[in-house]
Write a protein that binds this ligand. Structure first.
Ligand code: TYC
Length: 101
């Protein structure tokens, strides 16, 4: 196993890389009610009303908005949970993830 994120650094003396962070991205759609998007952002990402409304409106106007950054596993788990909250109500609300540059 030569994965740079898990290989001990003692052999080479090189400092281990910090694990890359992953963005959770909110995608706009034409069907999910604005108020529901705000509710999900508040519940899943611990945002206040104003911040959640700003993020929702950015996605609404521009098509996408970065919600937050986490380690890969946490970003994926939160994106799945937030997407599932919409699906349970029959909405196409979608959160995706991508690695930060
Ligand atoms: N565009 C939706 C509407 O007009 C609201 C919305 C905003 C949906 C942001 C998804 O990520 C989203 N009802």
């Amino acid at each position: 196993m030569t994965d740079i994120t898990t290989t001990p650094s003692v052999k080479t003396g090189v400092k281990p890389e910090r694990p890359r962070l992953h963005k959770v991205i909110l995608l706009n759609d034409d069907y999910t009610p604005r108020a529901f998007v705000v509710t999900v952002l508040k519940a899943e990402f611990h945002m206040g009303e104003e911040q959640a409304h700003r993020v929702m409106m950015t996605a609404h106007r521009r098509g996408v908005c970065v919600v937050a950054v986490f380690t890969k596993d946490i970003a994926e788990a939160k994106a799945t949970k937030a997407t599932d909250a919409g699906r349970r109500k029959g909405y196409p609300l979608l959160f995706t993830t991508e690695p930060e540059e």
